[in-house]
Design a protein around this ligand. Structure first.
Ligand code: MOS
Length: 694
């Protein structure tokens, strides 16, 4: 039972890795089911209005077609409160691409072919998909995503700006971007005896269960959601979207046969959420010595008219720097568009682009090095709440990163470094992400007479390594080898678990497992033998007594080298370095992958991603990988992620902070800042395409 090397922090290989490589790990659409009916969604071709006629004669005549589901024959939902999920309940259309029906057939091909044969007529109304900040109809939401205040004010910003020695007033924009996990969203739904089983690609089986239960008016206990593996989600699989509802409705019609629905890449651009575009006006004032006196961050962003989503873009600005006068605001433009949702570091990713480019501009205006400027404006306590930070090591990350990146040799003058036809520059930006916690997670541990420990929790592995790190946490807490722990996750038959969202997964599930292990050790001292029937205990995520008293965040420093071609404007990023402060790292291997994955997505945000809306029709034109660009291997040079030693006993029993989202935060700003250093051209609008430098 004695373990010599510390398990926590060790670079353990994924325990399910071989299964995945062999193709034996089952993803949602791959679960073997008997005689499934395939569902292909019907999508609205207008952006606003109503359906006036449906002619399914031709579609029904196609070989293999079982049924055509529309608002005329769809099951009635118990709750229509959530207008994104309450599909097929009326002829009304709220955005282009909305699910308005589905074709059910014996094969996926037949369903898809017949979907083109359903004749729909519409009565369109004039739609509005025009996102800009000068609109007269901006809406102030009651709160922004995450339950944060919409607006905050401290001190007198206008007064401080008016008397500032150095002043910045600039507007930054980030475009609409779409979540594109490798595995498309997929659901198999089966109704039998008034029970619903869902094999669903999700970030949280219990969250799916509870939200589908409310929609269909069912006891959650009668819904069984299964998802042992998820091929990425980036937030778009955090909560169920319309396809889950359509699959469940189809299954109701063909019960007891299963209904299977796999979204196409193009369909994902209409119904699974996306990152709203943002327009951010930032004003900063400082004194002559480069100490910030005022920061104002005013954000306008887009939401759908049928369901509000308010990205918390300016929230990180509330705590980053020590300006005595601060103001943040969020306003929404309500449009006839699909419903925005979470996309990796919602809020922080776009907001820290604006803030950290502004910090670079301000440093230059003050005549200070951008690393030094940030250090000079480091707050002692959380500027927003006055609470102490449970740990804050931004300065240590900046110093360590600067040293490893070779920052000291940098000539601060823009356009100073040329290598043949390439202008070369370097840039820096800060990262941050909150240490959130979600309520409710529980874990059961069964000690078995064969010496093994079964650990049961309905957690999710979205490709991040949760199977492995939860096994590490359990083995460490029990004081046994990993081989003695048998983990079960991804099933609502297991104890309740919150979802993999807000970088909370390992923190919440791990805390419940540590609590269960503690209870087990109390009940079963290591000297006593395990009885024949075994021993079972259940633990829960404990209340954190420090939660309301301390400000809990991870931090990091991102460094980028950018090359811009003098004739073509082509932008290359040969080098990224991120140094992070994330408390205790659970698994050095999967953790590093999370961070460099985030940084890669940040590079993607910087240079590539942009969902382009056709205002005439209201849809995203580049709705596949032909037109929606993400980096390939050739676009990525050296990416290094590392972390400093950080001891934080306040955040949770493991002393760990979330790492899923931090890596994307700040990357785009570091690249934009390096682009300015290379060329002298300041790009304030993402993505940074080559035309910006010509
Ligand atoms: Mo994350 S965008 O909270 O799944």
């Amino acid at each position: 039972m004695t373990v010599t090397t510390p398990l926590i922090g060790a670079p353990i290989d994924r325990i399910e890795g071989a299964e995945k490589v062999r193709g034996a790990a089952l993803y949602a659409a791959e679960h073997p089911v008997d005689r499934p009916v395939y569902v292909f969604p019907l999508q609205s071709r207008i952006a606003l209005g109503r359906i006036t006629g449906i002619d399914a004669t031709e579609a029904m005549a196609e070989q293999g077609v079982v049924d055509v589901l529309t608002h005329e024959n769809a099951p009635r939902l118990a709750s229509t409160q959530d207008a994104e999920l309450a599909i097929l309940q009326s002829p009304e259309v709220a955005f282009r691409g909305q699910f308005i029906g589905g074709v059910l057939a014996e094969s996926a091909e037949a369903a898809r072919r017949a979907a083109n044969l359903v004749r729909l007529s519409y009565e369109p109304r004039e739609h509005d998909v025009s996102f800009h900040a000068a609109r007269a109809d901006l809406v102030k939401p009651d709160e922004v995503n995450g339950g944060f205040q919409t607006d905050t004010t401290d001190g007198d910003v206008d007064d401080a700006l008016a008397s500032a020695a150095v002043l910045l007033d600039a507007t930054y924009t980030t475009p609409q971007e779409h979540n594109n996990p490798l595995e498309p969203h997929a659901t198999i739904a089966i109704w039998s005896d008034n029970e619903l089983t869902l094999y669903d690609s999700t970030q949280g089986v219990h969250w799916v269960r509870d939200s589908i239960a409310a929609l269909f008016g069912m006891d959650p206990q009668r819904i069984h959601v299964v998802c042992p593996h998820t091929g990425g989600g980036f937030g778009s699989k955090g909560l169920p979207h319309a396809h889950v509802v359509l699959a469940a409705m189809a299954a109701q019609l063909v019960a007891p046969r299963p209904a299977k629905l796999v979204l196409t890449r193009q369909q994902m651009f209409s119904v699974v959420g996306y990152r709203t575009g943002t327009i951010q006006r930032i004003r900063m004032g400082s004194d002559a010595s480069g100490r910030l006196t005022a920061i104002s961050h005013d954000v306008v962003e887009q939401t759908s008219r049928i369901k509000e989503f308010a990205e918390q873009t300016a929230v990180p600005t509330r705590l980053m720097y020590a300006a005595p006068n601060r103001r943040t605001t969020h306003r929404l433009v309500e449009l006839d568009v699909p419903v925005p949702s979470w996309m990796r570091a919602p809020g922080e990713a776009p907001g820290m682009f604006g803030l950290e480019v502004a910090m670079d501009e301000m440093a230059i205006a003050c005549g200070l090095d951008p690393v030094e400027f940030r250090i000079r404006n480091e707050p002692e306590t959380d500027p927003e709440t006055g609470r102490p930070f449970s740990s804050r090591n931004l300065v240590a990350c900046l110093r360590e990163g600067a040293q490893r990146f070779g920052w000291a040799e940098r000539d601060p003058a823009p356009r100073a470094h040329r290598d043949g036809p390439w202008l070369v520059g370097t840039g820096v930006a800060a990262s941050t992400y909150p240490v959130f916690s979600m309520p409710g997670s529980r874990a059961t541990i069964q000690a078995r007479p064969d010496g093994r420990y079964r650990v049961l929790i309905g957690a999710a592995d979205i490709g991040t390594g949760a199977w492995t790190s939860l096994t590490q946490i359990a083995a460490d807490a029990l004081g046994v080898e990993m081989s003695e722990v048998v983990l079960s996750i991804g099933d609502t038959d297991l104890p309740y678990a919150s979802g993999a969202g807000g970088s909370t997964g390992i923190l919440c599930w791990g805390s419940a497992i540590v609590d269960a292990a503690r209870r087990l050790r109390a009940e079963l001292p290591s000297s006593s033998p395990i009885p024949d029937e075994g021993v079972e205990v259940t633990g829960a995520i404990p209340d954190n007594p420090y939660a309301g008293q301390m400000s809990m965040h991870s931090f990091g420093a991102q460094f980028a080298e950018v090359r811009v071609h003098t004739s073509t404007g082509e932008v290359r990023v040969p080098r990224l370095l991120g140094i992070f402060a994330v408390g205790r790292m659970i698994n050095a291997k999967t953790g590093r992958s999370q961070l460099i994955g985030g940084m890669t997505m940040g590079l993607s945000m910087a240079l590539h991603e942009h969902s382009v809306v056709d205002h005439r029709f209201g849809h995203v034109v580049n709705h596949d990988f032909a037109g929606y660009h993400i980096p390939v291997n050739a676009d990525i040079g050296s990416i290094e992620a590392d972390w400093i030693d950080e001891h934080d006993p306040y955040v949770n029993p493991m002393g760990a902070k979330g790492i899923g989202e931090l890596g994307i935060v700040g990357t785009a700003a570091a690249i934009a800042n390096a682009g300015h250093h290379a060329t002298g051209i300041r790009v304030r609008d993402l993505p940074i395409t080559l035309d910006r430098f010509l």
